[in-house]
Design a protein around this ligand. Sequence first.
Ligand code: ZN
Length: 209
Amino acid sequence: MNYILLGPPGAGKGTQAKLIVDEFKILHLSTGDMFREAKKSDPVIKEYLSSGHLVPDEIVIDMVVKRLEKDDVQKGFLLDGFPRTVHQAQELDKILQEKHKKIAAVFSIQIDNHEAVRRISGRRVCVCGASFHVSMLAPKKENICDYCGKDLLHRSDDKEDVVRERLSVYETQTKPLIDYYKKSGILVEIDGHGNEKKVFEQIKKSINE
Ligand SMILES: [Zn+2]
């Protein structure tokens, strides 16, 4: 079976994606991973990514279409990071129809802005790769890495005003997409509050039904 995963920053989408593909033995088709891969060999994509501009719909769609042509998608897949717009969703429907495939469900993980801000703005990271959270996963000594003793950093992307901006962009972009899938009757709303296990239980239940 094939699925789509949607969720705002801080919803735990990455964690859930991993749990889903491990449990159901399907492919994780993440456009983030595809971009990182494509960047190595495609100068056009590299240019878009390094300039910080949004990669145009047509390029993204083309990349996903090519990926869906590989044989391994037969075992089922989870799309993550795509579609982002209604146009992309319509193109995806066309491609899948040609291949006699369909999306069984679109999981939309929802959390309120207050919780998203709390989760993200509390993150602290270390140059060694470790990450902490001021209340949910606090280091033993305030602002000091447990592993290497260096000072922890608060990434600018994780600061409250930036998080609020990212959430508002997500909401504006994704609302029409959510309505689109609601109309097609395949949208499954997932309550993203609570721990990852509790969130995954809802997804698992929906897939097993
Ligand atoms: Zn460290």
